[in-house]
Design a protein around this ligand. Structure first.
Ligand code: PHE
Length: 349
């Protein structure tokens, strides 16, 4: 792993809590990355996660063609902490806003695991460098819709490049995780007549399966279901040497971050003839739409065009991977590295 450009570990003035901000790269422009607030066994674990997630954001922005780098904020809560609500949550968010502000626009934050558009409005009391405030306050709001649109564009690319243009009505999917993005993807696929298996750790979501006329399996079983496309839409690390050996799908395309336990697992997938779409690209819809709305002031249909373009970018990667007989991960990495390297070239205009 390359070392990050900038790592801040600070104690919040109001709360005394440790706030970690990692800026992985600003080579292509200011760094973007959400604010993760969750429990970790130690703050050092939080630092490790921030460094890894910030590097993934650099790749995500580069692959999506954005003029931005990657960063991440992590607040490592103690597993025994009471849920953060009310005044203590507000103070923490203001502390985060102060740290972001002190970076002078080198880094922009946004929602992530454990933080919401409403939270972004509080961060905004201390800094302007924040995406996805609620729409009523002038932000672009929840980014689940555009993230799901990016996933669907990638599913289209996989149908074209891997499933010989097979129509959705004849394609089967297993969706593991029915959070905001997973639900939107399932809803769309169900209404397009695809065959679905869905799954979530929360058994109450089983009602959704009935509503969509989808099958329901426990997450471990859904991961190994015999389908055309597996859609990991929950936590990371689900693809390991042992799960990959047992998969029964032809392609894996989902928005969960950091799906592979290690890069070498991409080669195991490739050796089994299973196409794995790089998660950094599949999940890029959120940052594409947030920057498009809030920085470039694009119109809705222009943003829809950019989201569809995520599928075209995946199509190019899949084609090159096929020609080179390589896992798509390596092609994506090379593309991102090439973009970053070219940023240092002089421009003559
Ligand atoms: N969680 C988002 C992501 O990983 C973070 C984000 C969304 C950051 C929108 C900025 C804007 O892509």
């Amino acid at each position: 792993m390359s070392s990050p450009q900038n790592l801040r570990v600070e104690k919040g003035r109001r709360t005394g809590r440790t706030i970690i901000v990692c800026i992985d790269s600003t080579t292509l422009g200011s760094a973007l990355g959400g604010c993760r607030i969750r429990s970790y066994t130690s703050w050092q674990d939080g630092v490790r996660d921030a460094v890894r997630l910030a590097a993934a954001m650099t790749e995500k922005a580069a692959l999506a063609g954005l003029a931005h780098g990657g960063g991440k904020t992590v607040v490592a809560l103690d597993p025994h902490d009471a849920p953060l609500t009310g005044a203590s949550r507000r103070e923490l968010l203001q502390d985060i806003g102060d740290v972001v502000e002190s970076l002078d626009g080198q880094y922009w934050t946004g929602p992530d695991v454990g933080s919401s558009p409403e939270d972004m409005a509080v961060i905004n009391e201390r800094t302007e460098y924040v995406f996805c405030r609620p729409q009523r306050l002038g932000g672009s709001g929840d980014s689940s819709g555009p993230t799901a649109a990016g996933v669907l564009a990638c599913i289209r690319a996989v149908r074209e490049h891997v499933l010989a243009g097979q129509p959705l009505t004849q394609t089967s999917f297993s969706i593991v995780g029915l959070g905001h993005v997973g639900q939107l993807v399932a809803e769309h696929l169900a209404s397009s007549g695809a065959r679905l298996i869905v799954s979530d750790i929360d058994p109450r979501r089983r009602e959704l399966a009935q509503h969509w006329h989808a099958g329901w399996l426990e997450p471990d079983e859904a991961l190994l279901a015999e389908v055309d496309v597996l859609v990991p839409a929950a936590v990371g690390g689900v693809l390991t040497p042992s799960t990959v050996a047992a998969l029964r799908c032809r392609a894996v395309v989902g928005p969960a971050n950091n799906q592979l336990d290690a890069d070498s697992t991409a080669d195991l997938l490739h050796a089994r003839g299973i196409t794995w779409a790089p998660d950094t690209l599949v999940s890029a819809g959120g940052i594409v739409a947030a920057t498009g709305h809030e920085l470039q002031h694009l119109l809705d249909h222009e943003i829809q065009g950019l989201l569809a373009g995520i599928g075209d970018r995946l199509g190019d990667i899949l084609q090159e991977a096929h020609q080179k007989d390589q896992a798509p991960l390596h092609v994506a990495r090379q593309q991102a590295k090439r973009r970053l390297a070219r940023a240092h070239l002089p421009t003559y205009s």
